[in-house]
Design a protein around this ligand. Sequence first.
Ligand SMILES: [Zn+2]
Length: 69
Amino acid sequence: MPDIFDQASDLESREREAAISVAAGRSHWTGPPPDVVCGIHCCAECGEPIPVARLAAIPGVGLCVDCAE
Ligand SMILES: [Zn+2]
């Protein structure tokens, strides 16, 4: 059974690291600003609406997940 507990705590620490990196990513957007159309923030590259969750995680983000990679 110890393997299961190891995996669980490993997953937990990875999720915590991800949450920390999201928090650290705040105010670190250095790319292009989004195109704002009718109050909707759209990707500056492809024009797709940027998900609200992504905007909340990275204020001022101007690219969708696909174009930011
Ligand atoms: Zn895009």
